[in-house]
Design a protein around this ligand. Structure first.
Ligand code: HEC
Length: 220
């Protein structure tokens, strides 16, 4: 038989155990040591704004792909320009690698435009959004911004495969895909007012291209 004191001690023991067990069970799981993607090896510090990254990196290097296949109507007839040498194909590869890797730099927070540049956003019915408006759109739905980046990256990867096969027809098609990936982002963030016009133009071009490939009038 336990004395009163002994019972109390036993009761306190049970209580202690219960509290201990409860606190162990309710403890939040310790933070996982390994996250799905390993952290960057160091800081990434932006050098230029989005606008300058476009002007001095993305746009000029995209021409390595845009300008790779085209047709020219001369006095002698239609002249076809296409990559022929290893050097020609290497230029396309440089374009594809730089785009696929470089477009991810849009994930690094950076100003949209240089200080004081408000884009063509003033006056009634301005054709472009201001950097502040663009930033607000990105902040509101960052997943969409990332999707537009990914879409362009995918075209870069597509072109890399085409370079391996040296497939000129596929390269021509990829030029169209690239143009659409650039435009899809610009129409969303930079000049959304053009959406209808551009869609109309695209339909017109599709009708036109059905009648045969012609000198490229693509613009980006
Ligand atoms: C994920 C979005 C995104 C993608 C993809 C993208 N751009 Fe842009 N680009 C922008 C934004 C946003 C601006 C406008 C920035 C501003 O002026 O505030 C811009 C601006 C530009 C400009 C204007 C630069 C200037 O000096 O005024 C050019 C040219 C350009 N982009 C070319 C391209 C080309 C070519 C591609 C495809 C190979 C491309 N962009 C893909 C977001 C994108």
């Amino acid at each position: 038989m336990l004395s009163v004191g002994g019972r109390l001690t036993a009761f306190a023991g049970v209580l202690f155990l219960a509290t201990f067990t409860f606190s162990v069970c309710s403890k939040p799981a310790p933070p996982r040591q390994q996250s799905a993607s390993p952290p960057l090896l160091g800081e990434i510090t932006p050098v230029v704004s989005v606008k300058e990254l476009m002007e001095h990196m993305i746009d000029p290097i995209a021409d390595n792909i845009f300008d790779a296949v085209w047709w020219d109507t001369t006095a002698k007839g239609v002249v076809e320009h296409q990559p022929r040498t290893d050097e020609d194909w290497e230029k396309i590869r440089i374009g594809a690698v730089t785009l696929a890797e470089g477009i991810d730099l849009l994930k690094v927070p950076r100003p949209l435009a240089p200080e004081g540049d408000v884009n063509n956003s003033l006056g009634p019915n301005p054709p472009e959004l201001s950097p502040t408006e663009i930033k607000a759109k990105i902040d509101k739905d960052p997943v969409l911004w990332i999707a537009k980046i990914q879409a362009l990256r995918n075209v870069g990867l597509e072109v890399l495969e085409i370079v391996k096969k040296k497939d000129v027809d596929a390269l021509w098609q990829a030029g169209g895909d690239l143009d659409e990936a650039c435009e899809a982002c610009h129409l969303e963030y930079w000049y959304p007012g053009d959406k209808t016009t551009v869609l109309e133009q695209r339909k017109a071009r599709a009708r036109f291209e059905k009648r045969g490939r012609r000198v490229d009038d693509r613009k980006h």
